[in-house]
Design a protein around this ligand. Sequence first.
Ligand SMILES: NC(=O)c1ccc[n+]([C@@H]2O[C@H](COP(=O)([O-])OP(=O)(O)OC[C@H]3O[C@@H](n4cnc5c(N)ncnc54)[C@H](OP(=O)(O)O)[C@@H]3O)[C@@H](O)[C@H]2O)c1
Length: 293
Amino acid sequence: MRILITGSNGLLGQKITAMCMAKKLEFLATSSGLNRFSVCPKERYQTLDITDEQNIQEVINQYKPTHLIHTAAMTNVDHCELHPEACDLVNRQSVQMLVKYCILNQIHFQLLSTDFVFDGQDGPYREEDQTKPLSVYARSKVEAENIVQQAKGLSYSIVRTIIVYGKGENLSRSNLILWVKSALEKQEPMQIIDDQFRAPTWANDLAWACLRICQLNESGIFHISGPETFSIYEIVKRIAAYYKLPLNNVKKLSSQELQQPAKRPPRTGFILDKARIRLGYDPKTLEQTLSEL
Ligand SMILES: NC(=O)c1ccc[n+]([C@@H]2O[C@H](COP(=O)([O-])OP(=O)(O)OC[C@H]3O[C@@H](n4cnc5c(N)ncnc54)[C@H](OP(=O)(O)O)[C@@H]3O)[C@@H](O)[C@H]2O)c1
């Protein structure tokens, strides 16, 4: 197995890179710009801008991967809403180009997708449930999924996940759990919604599942998240309780009051039966991971 990772400077990309090193798997880590993850040796990193077709062709022809794990994306949902053309380029058109070279070179293509493909009216969701995106970001991911599923002669997997968290190095953006922990420690005022429900996912568990799918030659859609679904406010309460931090500066509010540019699904969460049975996936609870942050 020779694994090409896109977005290796991102949170999930770093965890997959570190796991490949620990498991002594053959890999090439790529991201836009310079390597920002010190654990990744120089010779295992190459710059790859996934919106540049020539760059894609060169890197694939040179490295000759058997598997491509595609974590790179425009992941800020509100930024996507305000910049739909850029979002389309990074999240949909790049997938179209990568898929083309994966078919030509018989490379297994793994797409990272999201719980936001659903409208959140009747979560938790199974893999085969009907998608109904509510935002520009969510539509770009549904369209990318469609490209992958409809591509003739492509070996593929789609890994949908939810609020990924963990510690990374030089990340271009933080994640919910780290941000909440830091704000609680500094006693900064926070406005937290209590009408959106999610199953936060430990980035190491997700990285493990991505590699496990490749190692077992699995294909199709997999739902990979944490084992418990709770409201964002409840997540904050549990973090505060774990670290024994006061909640005095946390104000509860509704999604309507918060008025974010992109619409979010109210209740997602995943049914994990397929991942548990086919992969042996056994995700950690929030409390089991907090000591490592
Ligand atoms: N994080 C979540 O809560 C969540 C939830 C559901 C699904 N997902 C999906 O899971 C995947 C991984 O998420 P993540 O949390 O690891 O995201 P992340 O930390 O934002 O990482 C994404 C990476 O993609 C890179 N990238 C962006 N544009 C690129 C381009 N044109 N060429 C090459 N690389 C580019 C970014 O580079 P820079 O660092 O230089 O900006 C960043 O390192 C994404 O596909 C995301 O949509 C994430």
